[in-house]
Design a protein around this ligand. Structure first.
Ligand SMILES: NC(=O)c1ccc[n+]([C@@H]2O[C@H](COP(=O)([O-])OP(=O)(O)OC[C@H]3O[C@@H](n4cnc5c(N)ncnc54)[C@H](O)[C@@H]3O)[C@@H](O)[C@H]2O)c1
Length: 295
């Protein structure tokens, strides 16, 4: 594999493009928004600069990585040479099904189509294509250039060959892939999202404030950040979508999203990416500005 297309240039798409490009793949980064593509390239540049300052890459590595990435707003133009497509568009079933239907029609027959979805069924995505054996989940973690895990999700119809291929490919990116089966939330979010939702309920019911909840989990359970701050980093809209998938997929009320989360997303408070969630952030920066908003 040499040519990789990444669809969606948001939080995850820019990190996935960065990681492939740094490992000498030719990357086509595709988004419907020209503005998001510009922001993504600026973010990749900034993150490479940070790696350069730390001494983990050279000036030449930075230049090579950037020159390996081309941007596109037309899907067909971006995927025509792709051996692998990694879709990282918004977490919305209709959007993903439309993209995969189109990809199946326009990509080479041998192209593997992967989704970075956090929770949407890979089997369902495969069902709208004529290459169900070549549809797979490649669930990277945020921030992609740093986090080691790739949750490789095998749909009901994904072939052994494609699964092995993606497991090996993930290792060549310096990642540690783990193979899991396709059930709602897979492993990572089936366990993480109920914890985040419970933290939001704990806040909603007035048991403790934002920093108290995060501090208990950080210091008491040795997590690097508390669940509310983590939710801000993931994106509150993404968390809400995943909880809906768990709720629908298992039909179990324990996954019902907390009304406070629903309200915040409706009000446009999506966490770091919108500048405000459980904490405030200077726009575009990941620095916490005001700790308490709810206590
Ligand atoms: N945020 C996380 O921590 C995280 C972690 C793992 C997986 N994911 C998954 O990764 C995917 C992307 O999440 P994100 O947080 O990067 O979202 P995001 O909102 O930051 O970015 C989504 C991007 O997709 C683009 N897009 C929407 N429809 C499109 C289309 N039809 N064609 C091309 N581009 C399109 C948008 O313009 C936007 O730039 C989701 O499936 C999400 O569940 C997110």
């Amino acid at each position: 594999m040499k040519n990789v297309a990444v669809i969606g240039s948001g939080t995850m798409g820019n990190g996935i493009a960065h990681t492939f490009a740094q490992n000498n793949f030719k990357v086509s980064l595709i988004d419907i928004s020209e503005e998001n593509l510009l922001k993504a390239i600026a973010t990749i540049d900034k993150n490479l600069e940070r790696q350069l300052t730390k001494g983990t890459i050279s000036q030449q590595d930075k230049a090579n990585t950037l020159s390996n990435i081309q941007t596109f707003t037309i899907l067909k133009d971006g995927v025509k040479h792709a051996d692998l497509v990694v879709e990282a568009a918004s977490e919305n079933l209709e959007i993903k099904l439309k993209i995969f239907k189109e990809l199946d029609e326009i990509c080479k027959p041998e192209t593997i189509l992967a989704s970075n979805t956090s929770s949407i069924s890979i089997t369902k995505i495969a069902s709208v294509t004529n290459r169900a054996d070549k549809i797979i989940g490649m669930h990277f973690m945020n921030p992609v250039p740093i986090m080691k895990l790739v949750e490789v999700i095998r749909g009901y119809t994904t072939s052994d060959e494609v699964t092995n291929n993606i497991m090996e490919l993930s290792k060549t990116l310096g990642k540690s892939p783990v193979e899991v089966n396709d059930y709602p939330g897979f492993v990572a979010n089936r366990i993480l999202m109920p914890m985040i939702n419970e933290a939001i309920y704990t806040l909603f019911e007035g048991v403790a404030g934002v920093t108290e909840i995060d501090t208990v989990i950080k210091l008491g359970m040795a997590h690097p950040m508390g669940p509310l701050q983590l939710a801000d980093f993931i994106g509150l809209d993404v968390c809400l979508s995943i909880l809906y998938v768990l709720h629908d997929g298992f039909g179990n009320p324990k996954y019902a999203p907390c009304p406070l989360l629903v309200n915040m997303v409706t009000a446009g408070k999506k966490g770091v990416k919108s500048g405000e969630g459980f904490y405030s952030y200077q726009h575009g920066s990941k620095e916490l500005v005001v700790a308490e908003k709810f206590s």
